[in-house]
Every structure is written in structure tokens, then in C-alpha cells.
Design a protein around this ligand. Structure first.
Ligand SMILES: [Mn+2]
Length: 359
């Protein structure tokens, strides 16, 4: 983490709109990056949009930055239909021209040094506390189903004006509603703050637009990847492990969708689905309905952390994800051998963890 002198080390959980107002007021005239960590999902996209909207009201020029391709085609539809302006990291963006960075729906930044060099102004998240964070404003609420709900609360508190029948506000409210719905599994996991947020946003959102985005069907690629997952499944007790082999970057979200689908199999309460994405990473998703499996702890125990102490995986109540770089092994000339090694290693770690001898 950066060690900027001018921002005090604070742990302000439930800091709220008043404090954010105060902090952003002190940064008028600046340019800020709003960082979406990992693969953009509806919650991080909605939160980033809200943060950008709030910035504009404090005379701060915002740029939403994301790092991994938007792979879920429903998410691509969201970005397109809501006309969200986002910049992908590495696409000619000069990060030295920015004064501050804000992190939404996450707490840690990507390991890239030019991103870590920018002082963090705010962190707004609903995942478990990941350790020490240095930022002027920190609002982490584990009792919120989505980060979008926290941003909706700031808006409801009047941090930036919302107007009915204003197309910009309608797009923002729609994005936040979509983020809440997506992260709470259609309100199944919603908490009080999520319902309050939804009630506030409903008055501004474009409901036809929301329906249009939700109607997106499952892509043929996702179906094919799900089929591969099912064919390779290994079942132990109530766990299912499914490797899908090599997956293109843009199809990464299919791994999570396959895991969602496989979790519906009778007798299974935890699914780990994984593949080699973009020939560079072992990338996977965990889904669980188990009362004992805590995805965040489970994945951290299973895969550990890198040399910087950043865990390879993490998650929340019912889902988690991991991403392990192959490093030089990515250049292995024998793809079948590489996949066998990955599959064998993950299966070994898994069987070792649940204490079952695979033979
Ligand atoms: Mn989220």
C-alpha cells in the first residue's frame, strides 16, 4: 500500500456521507481515478458510476479504470446500454496525471506499481476487512449486500442531487439497482441497507432499461464451458470440483456461471470451477450453500498468498474467486501437460484440505 504523508491512517467504518463530503471538498479541481478491481461486475460498475457522479459535484474530474476484460456478456450489455465511460488499464492511460485514486467494491489495489503510487482518497466496500488500509475515507460495511447500496445511501443523504426524469440520474439509479440485485442474488441475500437503497433508487431508475439488460440469455460459449465443467467433475462428499481447461479472457465469467449452474445439482453444496484463462492465470469461482464453508477463509486457506501477502483468492458469504498467475509455466509447450499439472495440483490441494484420500 502507498505510504502517503498527507492522509492519516484511519479506520472509519460506517464513515457515511458527511465525512465523504468533507473529504471530497478538500480535493476540488483534482483528477481522480476510480478503480474497479478484477473483473468488472454490476456492483463495481454501479458503485464506480456513483462515485464518478459524486466527484463531478465536487469539481473533481473522474476516470473509471478497470483492469480485466468485461467478460460476462450481461455486464457488457450493462456498460453499453447505460453508456458508461470506462477506461481499461494499459490502454494508453497516463496514471501520473491523476491526483488521487478511489477504490470501489474492493479494498486492495492491483499490484501494478503505477496504480499503487497514487494516494488513495477513498475505499468503499462490503467485503470482509482485508487488513490495514490507508485512505482518507474508509467505509467498509460487511452488513451490506452490495457496495451499490452504500453509494445509494450517500445519494439518499443528498451528497449529490438526484433528479427525477433526468436521463443521467436514471442511468445511475438503474446501474445501482442492477448492482444490488446482482450482488444479493435477486435480493435473496439482501439486508436492510439493500432494501432501503432499492426503495430510494426505484423512484429514479429506468425500469424498461433494467428489464432489457436482464433479458440477456446464456451465451453459447457459457453453455459449452458449463458442459466441459460437468464432464470433468470430481465429486467428494457434498463438494464438486470442475476444471474447464483453457478459456479465453472474454469468457472468464462463464466459469462463475458454470459454477452457479452446477451448484443446483442435488446433493452438492459447494462447487469450485476453474480453468486456465488467457493462457496466463488459473482462474476459478467458488459457489456454496453450505453452512460451514466460508468462501473467503476457505480460498485463502486453500491457495495462500503471493510474495506481497496478497491472497490468491477471497470472497463473501456464498461465493468466492481466485486467480493464480502461471508465471513462466504459461510458456509450457505442451498444453495438455500444463492443464494436467494445474488440474492435479488443484485436486491435490482440495483433497488434502477436506482430508479425503483421492485414491
Ligand atoms: Mn460487491
Amino acid at each position: 500500500m502507498g505510504s502517503q504523508q498527507d492522509s492519516a491512517k484511519t479506520v472509519l467504518i460506517k464513515a457515511g456521507a458527511d465525512r465523504l463530503r468533507e473529504v471530497l471538498d478538500g480535493h476540488r479541481g483534482e483528477r481522480h481515478v476510480i478503480a474497479i478491481r478484477g473483473y468488472p461486475d454490476p456492483d463495481s460498475i454501479g458503485s464506480a458510476m456513483a462515485h464518478a457522479y459524486i466527484c463531478a459535484h465536487f469539481d473533481i474530474e473522474p476516470t473509471i479504470l478497470y483492469f480485466d476484460d468485461i467478460s460476462h456478456h450481461e455486464n457488457r450489455a450493462l456498460v453499453k446500454k447505460l453508456a458508461i465511460e470506462m477506461v481499461r488499464y494499459g490502454e494508453g492511460i497516463d496514471l501520473t496525471t491523476f491526483d488521487r485514486i478511489s477504490v470501489v467494491d474492493a479494498q486492495l489495489l492491483e499490484a501494478t506499481t503505477d496504480v499503487r503510487a497514487i494516494p488513495i482518497v477513498s475505499v468503499v466496500d462490503h467485503h470482509k476487512l482485508q487488513g490495514e488500509i490507508t485512505a482518507e475515507f474508509i467505509d467498509i460495511r460487511e452488513d451490506a449486500g452490495s457496495a451499490s447500496s452504500i453509494y445509494a445511501e450517500y445519494l439518499a443523504d443528498g451528497i449529490a442531487p438526484m433528479e427525477r426524469d433526468n436521463p443521467g440520474c436514471a442511468r445511475l439509479a438503474s446501474a445501482l439497482l442492477y448492482g444490488i440485485r446482482s450482488d444479493t442474488d435477486d435480493y435473496l441475500l439482501a439486508r436492510e441497507i439493500d432494501y432501503r437503497a432499492a426503495a430510494f433508487l426505484a423512484g429514479y431508475a429506468d425500469h424498461d432499461l433494467l428489464t432489457g439488460i436482464s433479458m440477456q440469455s446464456i451465451s453459447p460459449r457459457t453453455m459449452e464451458i458449463t458442459q466441459r465443467a460437468y464432464a470433468s467433475k470430481v465429486i467428494a462428499d457434498t463438494y464438486m470440483l470442475a476444471g474447464v481447461g483453457f478459456v479465453r479472457d472474454e469468457d472468464r465469467d462463464s466459469i462463475g456461471q458454470a459454477a452457479d449452474y452446477l451448484l443446483r445439482r442435488e446433493g452438492i453444496d459447494t462447487v469450485i470451477c476453474y480453468g486456465i484463462v488467457n493462457n496466463q492465470f488459473v482462474d476459478g469461482s467458488l459457489r456454496t450453500t453450505s453452512a460451514v464453508v466460508e468462501p473467503d477463509r476457505y480460498l485463502k486457506e486453500l491457495f495462500g498468498a503471493d510474495a506481497h501477502g496478497v491472497p490468491y483468492g477471497g470472497g463473501r458469504t456464498d461465493k468466492g474467486a481466485f486467480k493464480i498467475p502461471l508465471g513462466p509455466f504459461a510458456h509450457c509447450g505442451d498444453r495438455d501437460l500444463l492443464w494436467s499439472m494445474v488440474q492435479r495440483t488443484i485436486e491435490d490441494l482440495f483433497f488434502n484440505k477436506i482430508g479425503i484420500n483421492r485414491e
